[in-house]
Write a protein that binds this ligand. Structure first.
Ligand code: HEM
Length: 167
């Protein structure tokens, strides 16, 4: 490895895989707080950390999420998965949740507006959940999202809303 010296530019992270470039705005670690609600439950506040990582040789982003009770720090829901942006502006995501639920999500991204919207194509191993939508937006090193859920008894309603900062 070449030592940094006079005239050597500071080392940069390697460029993302070309197919990942449109979703590069997601990459990194994000931490913040969110609020959960649903017509059938009491609302709650939670802390959250998200990590979107990727190796330049692979056209896929690895995703891990963990949450904790805002008041006590006790662990709550966690999930992990893989995000695959396609050259046509679509994106497909698989997510395994700590509750045992599995999701296949499909949707689209807008690299200029730094948004991603996803709708579940498949929700597996769920007793109540029929549908999940997820909408993400990045602006000024802040990531916000809304997750909506439909169950066997409740139509699609907001369940989670959070604002995270890049750390
Ligand atoms: C309740 C789905 C993510 C915390 C629920 C319920 C459903 C659900 C269906 C029960 C509603 C009912 O009983 O009518 C989901 C789905 C998620 C998700 C599909 C992801 C896509 C999360 C996350 C957290 C969370 C990230 C924590 C940060 C809770 C809590 C309750 C709840 C605290 C109330 C539990 C209770 O009262 O027993 N969720 N959830 N959920 N969820 Fe989620």
């Amino acid at each position: 490895m070449e030592a940094a010296g006079a005239g050597t530019p500071p080392s940069q992270p390697p460029a993302p895989h070309p197919e990942m470039a449109p979703l590069a705005f997601l990459l990194g670690k994000w931490r913040g707080e969110g609020e959960g609600s649903f017509p059938t439950i009491s609302s709650f506040r939670y802390g959250e950390e998200l990590l979107f990582s990727h190796h330049p040789s692979k056209p896929v982003i690895s995703y891990t999420q963990k949450t904790w009770k805002a008041a006590s720090g006790e662990p709550m829901h966690s999930e992990s998965g893989y995000w695959r942006p396609r050259p046509d502006g679509s994106v497909e995501v698989v997510i395994a949740q700590s509750t045992g639920l599995a999701e296949v999500q499909k949707g689209s991204y807008d690299a200029e507006k730094k948004t991603v919207t996803l709708q579940s194509e498949l929700v597996g191993n769920a007793s109540k959940v029929k549908q999940i939508t997820r909408a993400f937006q990045v602006a000024d090193r802040e990531l916000s999202y809304i997750v909506q859920v439909a169950t066997i008894t409740t139509s699609l309603q907001p369940h989670l809303k959070a604002l995270l900062k890049k750390i």
